[in-house]
Write a protein that binds this ligand. Structure first.
Ligand code: B3K
Ligand code: ZN
Length: 872
């Protein structure tokens, strides 16, 4: 397949400066008339042809300045339209008519139907499935969109920008016109038309303009959108206060659709959302759902400035908008909720999703240099590592200079399509500090390893660190350079408090941050009164794998005393990881009572917020442990070790945990706020321990039946199913849940997820059976992800079944799905990425399954690309 390379970037010969679209909507034959104001760039020869992108298009007609173009002057294929013999004038109008079929579009890119409503998804390259266009992010065009539809079919007609007019065409048809004055790339185009309910509100911006806010949902679901509306208003305010970003149109609309390839999309003034990230009430949504809704509403809204007003020059720059916007939504959630709790969740997520990517066959730099299919680069590396890189800039520059850099970026590049270099230059100029070395984080793939050994020289009072950094080779990049790694740190004195640090040699150390820049460095802290305990990479200031020579006692000390709450969690987590690796590789389960004791202390420590205590008690997942083991993994041994540790902790702490469990019970009516959610999370993690210790599902059954909200109900069901899959109590609860929620697809997703993650080899048959359940559908991405995706990525012992049947099942599903939805199929197939870390027998079976996908004729570019890279 074709490879796109960063170094081949070339501006187009022509620009489309204004785009006038007319949609005559019909399920199988929508007519799209595009009137494009085309401008030849200065210096381009007048005889240069216009070459437009298409994807599966049929050209109905073509004219220039109102005159039909003769056959010999253009060449139209489904994938491109090339026109030559153009007017001598630098500007002319091109009119293109295409006909498309939304109802048969199951790839969910371009214009398609979801539950009978029309909607679009254009990022990255979906606009070319609607009309021929310069479908590249550096073509910025204003848009006027006229939608014509049957009143009965689509009473609601929405597009980007501000509403201009609407009216009736005849008794059957009506129309609406929208105009977006902000030049934007085609990937931000959106159209929604259908029979939708809505809720409305207003927001007054900092300069006093009133914005009409709307959220459109299926009829009857309006009350479920109120939390999203609240999150939207809080996001709008926060972006003004934190970044000085004010909203710029007179309306802002969000639409929730049930068939969507990803989470949501930031189309200018018209965000389209997976309904999972809009709809919530206590009866059907968990606390995690509320937190996700808040974060994603914010993320898409924040794109208005980071992504839309300032966009990417080309798709290699994707992290310019995504990494930055993730950073912004992380900060928003940290401000709205608990900063340390949020940070720990971010790191767990980074390690679970980005680290395996960076350490496996799909590794790529935050800013990739080549791709075959851009949709395969909406990755955790671009998003989450991209966000970590922005966070490091903040750490290096400090809050004030960081903000100055952002201000300069907004001021200098508003209305432009730019690059990572442009972005970095703003921080350099605003701060006067060089980020040349730092910028390597964008260009070099792989997770850096930092090894630290320390010694305390009692005679001089010097505390000396030997620090080595290295980056393991990644595909197509074997030679790695040292990075600029900012390590926030503290030295804990014997009383557990941070010591004063005087002079330091061997590295730049400022404001509590050690700046590593070389492969090997010795950092000497002069005159430290007594042997300190080092707290390094506080707040996870750099996204690295850190190996330290801390003793168990040091770690327990940090877990009890570190003033940095992130590192306090990291200390207990590291102890658990260590214990679990030892147990799963040796098969002997005698855990250190001091570890158990420390966990019980943290669980009971009233000075820590409940959500934090819950995180301290959340054992590393099986996947976490497997990743730390790294090679020759036997998932059954990992599961056994983890279950043994849970049992050991639960048994040792049975009474204490029971008391806390009872004390956290909420007698108030449900509220989704962070503090209430935190109590529930503590209670629900304790439930897992208590049920393990009891050797009976009784307590979980009781909670399941008494629950007045989905968080507690789903948590109880999950404990039942995972610990007692065969028990009558579990079967009863699963049936009750199914009966109660069978008409609610989003809740049935939870029912699928809980069953797909039941540990053990038997789950494969269960999952296979559930693919025939009436609530399941291979054309709906949420269903596929919940049942098959969760099984493959969240069930170590099921997916990696020793006989390879889990791999076979995934391969078959990928092949079937690829026929209609390549994007979701490709995403699903990434579950194979860690196959080389398994023990030999499993590796061979995974390789065979991958090879079998690779052999299928007419595989999509999306799946082909992932499978080929995964096979390596
Ligand atoms: N920008 C979209 C993602 C588009 C994915 C295209 N395959 C959502 C987001 O990151 O906000
Ligand atoms: Zn985004």
């Amino acid at each position: 397949g074709q490879v796109f390379r960063l170094e081949d970037y070339k501006p187009s010969d022509y620009l489309i400066t204004h785009t006038d679209l007319l949609f005559r909507l019909d399920p199988t034959a929508t007519l799209v008339t595009a009137k494009l104001s085309v401008k030849r760039r200065d210096g381009v020869a007048a005889n240069a042809p216009v070459v437009l992108d298409g994807d599966g298009l049929v050209l109905e007609s073509l004219s220039i300045n109102g005159m039909p173009v003769s056959d010999d002057r253009y060449k139209a294929t489904p994938d491109s339209l090339e026109i030559s013999g153009l007017p001598q004038e630098a500007s002319f109008e091109l009119e293109i008519v295409t006909r498309i079929s939304p109802v048969t579009n199951k790839a969910l890119m371009g214009l398609y139907q979801s539950s009978g409503n029309y909607c679009t998804q254009c990022e990255a390259e979906g606009f070319r499935r609607i009309t021929y266009f310069l479908d590249r992010p550096d073509n910025l065009s204003t848009f006027t969109v006229r939608i014509e539809a049957k009143k009965s079919e689509a009473p609601v007609l929405l597009s980007n920008g501000n509403p201009v007019e609407q009216g009736s065409l005849d008794s059957e048809w009506h129309y609406a016109v929208w105009h977006d004055p902000f030049p934007k790339p085609s990937y931000l185009f959106a159209l929604v038309a259908g029979d939708l309910g809505s809720i409305h509100d207003t927001f007054t911006t900092s300069s006093g303009r009133e914005v009409a806010l709307g959220i459109y949902v299926e009829h009857g679901k309006e009350p479920l959108a109120t939390y999203a509306m609240d999150a939207l208003k809080r996001s709008m305010r926060w972006d003004e206060e934190r970044f000085g970003c004010e909203y710029d149109l007179s309306v802002f609309n969000i639409v929730a659709v049930s068939d969507f390839n990803m989470g949501a999309m930031e189309n200018k003034g018209l965000n389209v959302f997976n309904d999972k990230y809009v709809l919530a009430d206590p009866e059907t949504a968990t606390d995690a759902d509320y937190a996700n809704i808040e974060a994603i509403i914010a993320h898409e809204y924040f794109h208005n400035w980071t992504g839309n007003r300032i966009t990417c020059r080309d798709w290699f720059q994707l992290c310019l908008k995504e990494g930055l916007t993730v950073y912004r939504d992380h900060e928003f959630s940290a401000d709205q909720r608990s900063r340390p709790v949020k940070r720990i969740a971010e790191v767990r997520n980074l390690r679970a999703l980005q680290f395996p990517e960076d350490q496996g066959p799909l590794a790529h730099p935050v800013r990739p240099r080549r791709y075959k299919e851009i949709n395969n680069f909406y990755t955790s590396t671009v998003y989450e590592k991209g966000s970590e890189v922005v966070r490091m800039i903040h750490t290096i520059l400090g809050a004030e200079q960081f903000r100055a850099g952002m201000d300069l970026y907004f001021q200098r590049h508003d209305g432009q399509a730019v690059t990572i270099e442009d972005f970095i230059a703003c921080f350099q100029e605003a701060s006067g500090r060089a980020l040349t070395h730092f910028a390597l984080w964008y260009h070099q793939a792989g997770t850096p390893r930092v090894n630290v050994t320390s010694s305390y020289e009692a005679d001089t009072g010097d505390f000396v660190l030997n620090v080595e950094q290295s980056v393991p080779p990644t595909p197509a990049e074997s030679m790695k350079k040292p990075l600029h790694i900012p390590l926030a740190y503290g030295l804990l004195g014997p009383n557990g408090e941070d010591m004063e640090v005087g002079s330091v040699e061997g590295a730049t150390v400022a404001d509590g941050v050690i700046h590593l820049t070389e492969g090997s460095q010795t950092v000497r802290f002069r005159g430290i009164g007594s042997r300190p305990v080092l707290s390094l990479n506080r707040g996870f200031s750099s996204p690295i794998v850190l190996k330290q020579d801390l003793t168990k006692e040091d770690r327990l000390f940090l877990a009890r005393h570190d003033s940095d709450l992130y590192n306090r969690w990291e200390a207990i987590n590291a102890l658990c990881v260590e214990a679990l690796i030892a147990a799963s590789t040796s098969g002997s389960y005698d855990f250190d009572p001091a570890l158990v004791q420390c966990l019980v202390e943290m669980a009971s420590n009233e000075s820590l917020e409940p959500a934090y205590r819950a995180l301290a008690l959340s054992l590393p997942t099986e996947a976490d442990i497997a990743r730390e083991i790294g090679s020759n993994v036997n998932p059954d041994a990992v599961l056994a070790a983890r279950s043994a540790l849970r049992l050991a902790i639960g048994s040792a702490a049975r009474d204490a945990f029971g008391r806390i469990y009872d004390a956290q019970a909420d007698r108030q009516p449900f509220s989704p706020d962070a503090a209430s959610a935190g109590k529930r999370s503590l209670r629900n993690i304790l439930l897992d321990y208590l049920v393990a210790a009891d050797g009976s599902p009784e307590l979980a059954s009781r909670q399941f039946e008494a629950a007045d909200n989905m968080t507690d109900r789903a948590a109880a069901l999950s404990v039942l199913a995972h610990q007692y899959p065969q028990h009558e109590a579990t079967q009863k609860a699963l049936s009750a849940f199914e009966e109660r929620f069978c008409d609610n697809a989003l809740v049935m997703d939870k029912w699928f997820i809980i069953q797909a993650t039941i540990p053990g080899a038997a789950t494969l048959d269960l999952v296979r059976g559930l693919t025939a359940h009436p609530a399941f559908s291979l054309t709906n991405p949420n269903r596929v992800r919940s049942l098959v995706g969760t099984f493959a990525s969240g069930n170590q012992t099921g997916f990696h079944r020793a006989d390879g049947a889990g791999y076979r099942f995934l391969a078959d599903t990928v092949i079937a799905l690829d026929k209609h939805n390549p994007q979701v199929a490709a995403r699903l197939s990434t579950a194979f990425r860690s196959w080389r870390s398994m023990e030999a027998g499993r590796q061979e079976k995974a390789r065979k399954a991958l090879a079998s996908i690779n052999e299928v004729p007419n595989l999509s570019r999306d799946v082909k690309d992932i499978v080929e890279r995964t096979l390596g």
